[in-house]
Design a protein around this ligand. Sequence first.
Ligand code: G3H
Ligand code: 13P
Ligand code: ZN
Length: 336
Amino acid sequence: MAVSYKELGLVNTKEMFKKAFEGKFAVPAYNFNNMEQLQAIVTGCAESDSPFILQVSSGARKYANQTLLRYMAQGAAELLKELNPHLRFALHLDHGDTLELCKSCIDTGFSSVMIDGSHHSFEKNIELTRQVVEYAHERDVTVEGELGVLAGIEDDVVAAKSVYTQPDDVEKFVKETGVDSLAISIGTSHGANKFTPAQCTRNAEGVLVPPPLRFDILEEIEKRIPGFPIVLHGASSVMPEYVTMINSNGGALKDAVGIPAEQLRKAAASAVCKINIDSDGRLAMTGVIRKVFAEKPAEFDPRKYLGPARDALKAMIIAKNTEVLGSAGKGKLIFG
Ligand code: G3H
Ligand code: 13P
Ligand code: ZN
């Protein structure tokens, strides 16, 4: 039976993005696949009083089971009421690729969906996105579209090279589809290897520094669609502390380079209202789990390695909300 997100106590992204735009901060969108990630996101955002978006990919839906996942999100809403009664979150489909998938999520309590038609032609992208918007808006669900292609892996789709968003396309796309937010490609990409060493320079400490994001393209886009919420995918920083923790405990992550925090701070202060973070959470959890395994090889209680991994993820989320996205303390402003 269909259930509306409203019955679950969730919100769509409309008000969050309005306040994020006016307040020059970005709402974090954290991906989850399991209980520990969910606990870290909910408790971390509740403690830092940050609005947030719980993000579910179709891969996560398959992994966790769509029925179980829906009740986990419902459980998260209940837990949040205990931890921070005024705070609300959106449950969002990440990189939806078909109308059917978007409909299925909307009918099982999602308050927001992404339809990623960026791998199609411009015309097909518009048509598919418009169909999703029609179904979603009848149910007060918000829709994110995408223009431009990010390099890296998005579920089953692998793009070798990024294609920057064309500012000339955005006005027509937004007008003809009716989307509520737009994901753009300005140099970010998915995963832990966002840049090759050849694309980077080395700083005094020998750390690889990637080329800056294309803020010139972002500014052009902002001029074409003033006040419209922009989304940045592939925005993990690939923090060296976690890459080192992984590699010094038996891991083999080569040339892992992400988006520097200063670049994300600059983006958050612009029309970018939503910043997607998945890889950083994976790296933090994996680093801690590897460390526990290396230091305590006799340990076999999952709580003894998943617990510390969850704590590290929660600390990372609080730090992101507070020091990078500027979303900490904004819960009261939006929902209070
Ligand atoms: O954009 C991709 C997200 O990081 C989700 O990754 O499809 O492996 O769950 P996934
Ligand atoms: P990262 O791989 O940089 O964390 O990006 C995640 C993302 O964009 C999810 O849609
Ligand atoms: Zn993405």
